[in-house]
Design a protein around this ligand. Sequence first.
Ligand code: SF4
Length: 101
Amino acid sequence: MTTSARTVCDPNCHASPKCGLSATIENGRIIAVEPADYPIPGFENRICMMGRSRLEYQYHPERLRKPLKRVGERGEGQWQEISWDEAIQLFVDTQKRVTDQ
Ligand code: SF4
């Protein structure tokens, strides 16, 4: 079964507002993304190559799906899988430490 959904692109880019996307979904999996309409004039049908290639990293077999914590020195490439709760707490603690400084 094929359906479509109106959504937005959400990568690490500085576009504001985020570009609107129309996703084509087949059997629960996105198979295509296209630029979509937008309620703000000038932003309709906008998409860049990063947005167009979004599916390549969405379903990439090497995509990280669990948080990793660096356990070696920076650049050594040593990581340890941690839980989401631990990752969130680590983030909160780091943000508090940076804010306090
Ligand atoms: S389509 Fe491109 S410019 Fe638009 S939000 Fe995505 S990455 Fe940013």
